[in-house]
Write a protein that binds this ligand. Structure first.
Ligand code: CAP
Ligand code: MG
Length: 449
């Protein structure tokens, strides 16, 4: 085989072939993890060589052959690049498929898996750029994770809310309100008809409002709104803090006050997220995940990590809500790609769907489902588009779109609830909401003033 290859491959590729990192006839097994990297090799570097270098650096290899390689006889420790194809319409870019044996990752540890898969390779010299586009996780590895603490099915049961998307809003302005004023916003939003209110990603415990103050006033608002409406309500209390001790302390206080939900920012890191998922599982708490910071590595199309991969890792790590994009709001994202992220959150079995950016089938092996959150510059006037794009299992969150209502916060919440219920009714009656939506909304707005 090597003799054949000599006529086909450059010396650089042959070197990797001999080492076992470029294995063009490799057929991944059902227990392998498969990564699809989009690589842009440096000028003059063969794509197969670059792919093999990725396989090497993300598993066993360093920049040179080492004596101790001979002490690890087992071929399975080497990740194997086995397929490289040009990316259509993107000259210089290639899709590289790399397979990893089950033995390479610690059970139930996103930190360990990511230290291999995205540890060093993204600053690797043979590559101008690299992006982890998608990942197929084997059932054998999935079963070592506990997944969402609550999951969307149990969440609906706890809240006693079915047959429609849930509604939320982020309290604005992002920073600066006092505890008492903040609590008033929570009460008005929930009383007006929202299911959830939300802390913003950057509100923790600043001098203008310490966290205990916020939690006390927020829960006062939640309790009063529950009493006034007879519905179960929640407000995502952001327990993000400087240390795990702070995070645990804040989460314990949220529980003590009777909150059904806590919020975490993605920036706290994988180990902290998995620890908090364990805490939430023991305390029957919903975990709301705000993907703060993700754009720094998910946005560029040729470098970083795709959000669909982050969403898969977060589902395994154990979150119940995940910001997943809107396709129609103030933040970037095209409808099909965003729908693909929703699939990753909510499917029992995700089927390959190239237009939606899903490159592999993924059996979720009964991992609970994550409730996706559409947030970022959306408002009631887009209700038909949002319902049409995402269906019922989603939280639609209107921050500015509630608190910016000309007649006040409660009126903003009422507008969102009326728009949602009108649109769900129209859809259930078989009307084409994508087309008739604006008319239906205008009529509803007139009839309720
Ligand atoms: C929304 C939001 C969220 C973004 C995050 C904001 O407010 O609170 O942080 O939606 O984006 O500050 O922009 P508005 P994503 O509803 O007033 O826009 O959900 O995509 O992670
Ligand atoms: Mg925000």
């Amino acid at each position: 085989q090597i003799t054949d290859a000599k006529t086909r491959y450059s010396a650089g590729v042959l070197k990797y072939m001999q080492m076992g990192y470029w294995v063009p006839d490799y057929v991944p097994s059902a227990t392998d993890t498969i990564c699809l990297f989009r690589i842009t090799p440096q000028d003059g570097v063969d794509p197969e060589e670059a792919a093999a270098a990725v396989a090497g650096e993300s598993s066993t290899a360093t920049w040179t052959v080492v004596w101790t390689d001979r002490l690890t006889a087992c071929d399975s420790y080497r990740a194997k690049a086995y397929k490289v194809i040009p990316v259509p319409n993107n000259p210089g870019q290639y899709f590289a498929y790399v397979a990893y044996d089950l033995i390479l990752f610690e059970e139930g540890s996103i930190s360990n898996m990511t230290a291999s898969l995205i540890g060093n390779v993204f600053s690797f010299k043979p590559l101008k750029a690299a992006r982890l586009e998608d990942i197929r996780l084997p059932v054998a590895y999935i079963k070592t994770f506990k997944g969402p603490p609550t999951g969307l099915v149990v969440e609906r049961e706890r809240l006693d809310k079915f047959g429609r998307p849930l509604l939320g809003a982020t309290t604005k302005p992002k920073l600066g309100l006092s505890g008492r004023n903040y609590g008033r916003v929570i009460y008005e939003g929930l009383k007006g008809g929202l299911d959830f209110m939300k802390d913003d990603e950057n509100i923790n415990s600043q001098p203008f409002m310490h966290w205990r103050d916020r939690f006390l006033y927020v829960m006062d608002g939640v309790n009063k709104a529950q009493a006034a409406t007879g519905e179960i309500k929640g407000s995502y209390l952001n327990v993000t803090g400087a240390t795990m001790e702070d995070i645990y302390e804040r989460a314990e206080f949220a529980k003590e006050l009777g909150s059904v939900v806590i919020m975490l920012d993605l920036v706290i890191g994988w180990a902290a997220i998995q620890s908090m998922a364990n805490w939430a599982r023991k305390n029957d708490m919903i975990v709301h995940m705000h993907r703060a910071g993700h754009g720094t590595y998910t946005r560029q199309k040729n470098h970083g990590v795709s959000f669909r991969v982050i969403a898969k890792w977060l589902r395994l790590a154990g979150v119940d809500h995940l910001h997943t994009g809107t396709a129609v709001g103030k933040l970037e994202g095209d409808p099909l790609t965003v729908q693909g992220y929703y699939n990753v959150c909510r499917d029992s079995y995700t089927v390959t769907d190239l237009p939606r950016g899903i490159y592999f089938d993924q059996d979720w092996a009964d991992t609970k489902k994550v409730m996706p959150v559409a947030s970022g510059g959306i408002h009631a006037g887009q209700m038909h588009q949002l319902l049409d794009l995402f269906g019922d299992d989603v939280i639609l969150q209107f921050g500015g779109g509630t608190i910016g209502h000309p007649q006040g916060i409660q009126a903003g919440a009422v507008a969102n609830r009326v728009a949602l219920e009108t649109m769900v009714k129209a859809r259930n009656e078989g009307r084409n909401i994508a087309q008739e939506g604006p008319q239906i909304l205008r009529k509803a707005a007139q009839s309720c003033g």
